[in-house]
Structures are given as structure tokens and as C-alpha cells.
Design a protein around this ligand. Structure first.
Ligand code: SF4
Ligand code: SF4
Length: 79
């Protein structure tokens, strides 16, 4: 089921748990690729996957821009 969180739409049916969203977020914040430092988190469980964001999220949209599968998109006009 599509989730709307933090100004984003997340479609678990398209998510492959590729980590791109978490990698680009951590790189943007820390200059290191470390998904544990990302402000976005994917609890991957196939179609039951969920997304969450830390309070520190900058709403920069990079995570959605770098999602190769269209699973995470910015809701238009939110940011
Ligand atoms: S919007 Fe920016 S800061 Fe927030 S989770 Fe995505 S990449 Fe990270
Ligand atoms: S980049 Fe997209 S497909 Fe990859 S884990 Fe993040 S939301 Fe899922």
C-alpha cells in the first residue's frame, strides 16, 4: 500500500531495498556512504515494507531523485 510520509510517496511494491536513497542521503550529510547515517530508513519486508524519516531530514529530495525504481517520489508542491 502506498504510504505518504514527510512530503514523499513511497510504493513498497516498487522498492527493491537497493539502498540508493539511504546512501545518497548519508553522503550528502557526512561525505560518506553509510546507510546507517541516513535520515531515511526502509524497513524492508516486500510488499509490507515501510519508510520512515528522522527529524533531521532536510527535505532536500535527493533520496527520491536517486531512487532508480520510482518507489520514492516527492509529493508535488510539498517542499
Ligand atoms: S529528503 Fe534529503 S535529508 Fe531527507 S531523507 Fe531524503 S536525502 Fe535525506
Ligand atoms: S532507492 Fe528506492 S528502491 Fe532503493 S531502497 Fe530506496 S526507495 Fe527502495
Amino acid at each position: 500500500m502506498i504510504q505518504e510520509v514527510n512530503g514523499f510517496q513511497y510504493d513498497p511494491s516498487k522498492c527493491t531495498n537497493c539502498l540508493c536513497c539511504r546512501l545518497i542521503c548519508s553522503f550528502n550529510s557526512t561525505d560518506r556512504f553509510n546507510p546507517l547515517k541516513a535520515h531515511i530508513s526502509i524497513d524492508f519486508n516486500g510488499p509490507g515494507s515501510t519508510v520512515s524519516f528522522r527529524d533531521e531530514c532536510l527535505k532536500c529530495g535527493l533520496c527520491a531523485r536517486y531512487c532508480p525504481f520510482g518507489a520514492l517520489v516527492e509529493k508535488e508542491g510539498v517542499n
